[in-house]
Write a protein that binds this ligand. Structure first.
Ligand SMILES: *Cc1c(COP(=O)(O)O)cnc(C)c1O
Length: 354
């Protein structure tokens, strides 16, 4: 046995790393597998004049920009390297390995489980219904979890959880668990954000990212919003200089009035393309169900999913490797690309009827 395998934390030997769409890859020129924007904003200015100095921590200008964007105060916000770092910090700060558990609601985003596995933290699954709604009663009956992860709009299904449902869950766990709401796609339906509830619920934590609607997946930036004492705890365990200066400079430009206007314009465009795409594929032969989506992707159930993937591949369209989870094993999550790219998807799926 190698020294690495002999010495490493035992639970890591069997660990399945996160299978990101990018890691899984695929061949073809139209990438609709990772919920990325199809266009680049591409004109950020970088000022390298003080890169020999460590950056200010936390960066008051970046926190100020997040504060302006969210109408929160800087002490309710933590700037992180993407939502994934936020998720990991929350698990590390609140869960003792081999003792505590988190709740997830599959089918949902895979990183909650992977992060918990990495840190030796247990998982309790409360599956969603056939229409992908939360099983609120089952969630409320959980009595041994520290964290409850809820993604809304949910990746990969695209549906939202209602404010009423989430209030019900937040009330139930007011003194016993944190409810982490992952709003990675909330810019595509901004009026649905739960941010204002943070002042009402000390157990609400919201995770956000600039990877999706802002089109900055490669830059790695996002933030966590929560009560001040939650943020203080997370700040204790984050890396000493978490956000690189070039990342901060780019994020500041994305959050400027001009950057926000540009983001909102792109969101409108993507939402328009999504609506027209859904309209065109609903009722097509071989398509069983298209779940109404609030994000920049749609979950489509096929009668023959492998054939759909093959047809898409023949048009150069890359989608994810198939899901294995029961509820969605015949489905594909298709990211919304440009109008031309979605035309190619429609043409490819036309082959299902032949
Ligand atoms: C993409 C995604 C993330 C990860 O965002 P990063 O900021 O790129 O780390 C987190 N949560 C959900 C639901 C996502 O889809």
């Amino acid at each position: 046995m190698s020294i690495a395998r002999k010495l490493c934390c035992n639970h890591l030997l069997e660990l399945e790393p996160y299978q990101s769409a990018r890691r899984l890859g695929g061949s073809g020129e139209v990438w609709l597998n990772a919920n990325e924007l199809p266009f680049s904003f591409g004109d950020y200015a970088i000022d390298s004049s003080s890169y020999q100095r460590y950056p200010e921590v936390p960066s008051s200008s970046l926190l100020g920009a997040y504060a302006d964007y969210t109408s929160f105060s800087a002490d309710q916000l933590l700037s992180v390297r993407g939502a994934d770092e936020g998720i990991e910090l929350i698990i590390r700060a609140f869960c003792t390995p081999s003792v505590d558990r988190i709740v997830i609601t599959p089918p949902t985003y895979g990183m909650y489980q992977v992060s918990a596995n990495i840190h030796g933290v247990g998982i309790k699954e409360i599956p969603r219904s056939a229409s992908f709604d939360l099983d609120v009663d089952a969630l409320k009956a959980v009595d041994d979890a520290k964290l409850i992860f809820i993604c809304s709009p949910n990746n990969p299904t695209g549906n939202l959880s209602s404010e009423q449902e989430l209030r019900d869950i937040l009330d139930t766990f007011r003194d016993s668990a944190l409810v982490v709401v992952d709003e990675a796609y909330i810019e595509f339906c901004p009026e649905q954000t739960l941010l204002p509830l943070i002042n009402e619920y000390p157990n609400l934590v919201i995770v956000r990212t600039l990877s999706k609607a802002f089109g900055l997946a490669a830059v790695r930036c996002g933030f966590v919003a929560a009560a001040k004492d939650v943020i203080e705890l997370l700040s204790k365990i984050i890396a000493p200089y978490p956000v690189p200066a070039p990342v901060e400079q780019i994020a500041m430009q994305a959050l400027s009035a001009q950057g926000l206007a540009r983001m909102r314009q792109r969101v409108e465009e993507i939402n328009r393309i999504r609506a027209s795409f859904v309209e065109r594929i609903v009722g097509m032969q071989g398509i069983v169900k298209v779940t109404a989506s609030f994000g920049n992707f749609v979950l489509v159930e096929f009668s023959d999913e492998p054939k759909a993937v093959q047809l898409l591949a023949s048009e150069g369209v890359v989608v994810r490797t198939p899901y294995t989870q029961g509820l969605i094993h015949n489905s594909q999550r298709i990211s919304i690309g440009s109008a031309e790219q979605m035309d190619r998807v429609v043409v490819a799926l036309g082959g299902l009827g032949r």
